[in-house]
Design a protein around this ligand. Sequence first.
Ligand code: SAH
Length: 493
Amino acid sequence: MEKAVRNTMTEFWKDHSKQATVEEMMLDSHARELTKEELPEILALLPSLSGQRVLELGAGIGRYTSHLLTTADHVTAVDFMESFVEKNKEVNGHHSNTVIMQADVTKLDFPQNRFDVIFSNWLLMYLCDEELKSLTERMLGWLRPGGFLFFRESCNHQSGDCKRDFNPTHYRTQAEYSHLMTSANWEESEASETFGFDIVLTKKIQTYVKMKNNQNQICWLLQKVPRSSATQGGFTTFQQFLDNQQYTRRGILRYEKIFGSGYVSTGGPSTTEEFVDLLNLKPGQKVLDIGCGIGGGDFYMAKTFGVEVLGLDLSENMVDIAIERADAEKMPLVHFEVADATKRSFPEGTFDVIYSRDTILHIDDKLALFKRFYSWLKPGGRLLISDYCCGEKPWTTAFQTYVQQRGYILYTPPQYGKFIEQAGFSSVRADDRTAQFIQVIKAELQKAEAMKDDFIKEFSEEDYLAIVNGWSEKLQRCNTGDQRWGLFYATRD
Ligand code: SAH
């Protein structure tokens, strides 16, 4: 059976590798136009390759090989079709840092920790689940700890609508790929340490969205991390913890009902208008929103000030909703991606503003994060953050339990401001905005009570109680002095 599948596979590619051209390999007659825009888009998402050993799987005729080898220390490019390998050798074979080999990835093996980066474009979709699982485990072994796997696939929109083409493709949804990749484990034989993949970013290839109105070209960047320490509340990854615990789709929508349309943070549109005003945004400026949630603040900034916004959030549920809204509102200035702010990287000086609302409470190493922000900002760039903070310890038991259940990492507003300063920022303003926080909570409680029937109709009595009780407890936590809210503003000079 397995052999029969491999044979169809080989036959299919034998048919499609006769001329060894881009068109044939991409199964698309507009291949050249597409590839011109798409190639730089994809290369820009890779981590820095300088000094790195790269493995390219399913390299085809070497469209990517030619680029990878210019910055990487070494590239091993693998494909199982002879004519593709020949063509790749013809174009790239003379580079001394490149090995081009003919092999089937389902049978391939390399020594442990051999590569820093593994790259593949349109490969995993040609493997069945079992083959993919096995390859993922082996890739975990071939990568050094901290190494990266990048891959891009044609996906389908919803699980089950498997429109089998003429080609033997295993269409999967974004969620299915994410799940398959993050559930794989690999045990280092000597150290008996277990490793897995965490998501650095997942996003739609914008070239396909723009040129073909195709939303199903999706790419991932994953990082090899130790598994044991990374578990959070019984979930394998922190992303799963967020998506299944605090930010289920229902949880998000009921938060939105009380915070205001588009928002999942204190004060919704009102605090957003007030704080964004401090930024004096100009058309064409580039804003990065860390933990963008469902994007309300991003739509507001783009619509009101004509800025370009990239919203990133680790929760897939959040970004799914944000993208649905962006499609409905036709907002070309706003883009979203699933990404981990602690792992994603951008070139030095990419943004004019970094903006983050009630998000960094989820992130442990704030100093390291602020250092990253500093480097991503242009000189003169500004940082604006609102976040949950705390009072000096000791805390009440109730507050300790709350913080622990949520997995939050909180500091007092002055401590928080210090981290921003230590990261290199100037003119740091660290305001304790707890009084405003309390006012907002009271107003939101009143609003919830006023729309009780409506709320219960849309959700349920239980959801209503969860919100109202949650907000009352939040007030109590502020009254004991434990819970605080901070507003931070700083510049990179
Ligand atoms: N800023 C939005 C959402 C606030 S909720 C608003 O104002 O409406 C906090 C958000 O932080 C959640 O959407 C959560 O998924 C996101 N988040 C938590 N940890 C993150 C990380 N490491 N990287 C990116 N986003 C993260």
